[in-house]
Design a protein around this ligand. Structure first.
Ligand code: CA
Length: 231
């Protein structure tokens, strides 16, 4: 499992320690020392998860979490709060603004990595390396392989990520903007019709084993993967 993690922490020694451990666990880490910098980074590209220190100079971690949850674009991003205080009321306040988890310093790097994995699995199953099966397709993120029965399908990297996202969120309709956010990481500089191009490529590969009917267009809304016959 690898994820793009935004680490917002103002203490350089802790920032370095966490960053080194997450990098060793296979994650890509982007660092910010305050909330303003974090917001700029999030504006450029959405991370898969934010590790957010509670006590920051200027805008607090809790306030940044609240802002992220009130913005539709950043609302789905998992947040883990870091705090030096073990006060139960802080924990409640952190979870109330929408944090997914809460870790009290000092914590072991191993615990942090495990908690990140648990949150990613819960919130963004496409960011874990669990094998996913749907409608006769089997996708293995660890080996980057997709099988339809015994047939190995040859997908490009974008089609692979697109299929991975759809298979981990089956039967739900996703707009083009949502797919751009979730699969491309950000929608700011990419046109929505790019999604249509990659859906078309994905379907043409799935056609080989007659699985293309799984990827359905929902008129006026977007796309979904479904084992039901298209409406
Ligand atoms: Ca701090």
């Amino acid at each position: 499992m690898t994820a793009n993690i935004l680490l917002v922490e103002d203490e350089p020694a802790i920032q370095e320690l966490i960053s080194a451990n997450l990098t060793r666990a296979g994650h890509t880490v982007v660092k910010a020392s305050d909330a303003e910098t974090a917001e700029k980074i999030i504006h450029e590209a959405l991370p898969d998860l934010v590790l957010l220190d509670w006590m920051l100079p200027g805008i607090s971690g809790v306030e940044l979490a609240r802002r992220m949850r009130s913005d539709e674009r950043t609302r789905p991003i998992p947040i883990i709060m870091l705090t030096a205080r073990s006060d139960e009321s802080d924990k409640v306040a952190g979870l109330e603004v929408g944090a997914d988890d809460y870790i009290t310093k000092p914590f072991s790097p191993r615990e942090l990595v495990a908690r990140i994995k648990a949150v990613l699995r819960r919130r963004t199953p496409q960011a874990t390396d669990d094998v996913v099966e749907f409608g006769g397709l089997r996708l293995d993120p660890a080996t980057h392989r997709v099988n339809a029965g015994a047939t190995l399908l040859n997908l490009g990297p974008t089609e692979f990520r697109l299929l991975h996202f759809l298979m981990t969120h089956p039967e739900r309709v996703h707009s083009r903007a949502q797919l751009l956010d979730q699969v491309w990481g950000d929608h700011v500089f990419i046109e929505e019709r790019t999604v249509d191009v990659h859906i078309r490529r994905l379907r043409s590969v799935l056609e080989l084993t007659r699985h293309d009917h799984l990827v359905q267009t929902v008129r006026g809304s977007g796309y979904r993967i479904s084992s039901e016959a298209p409406v």
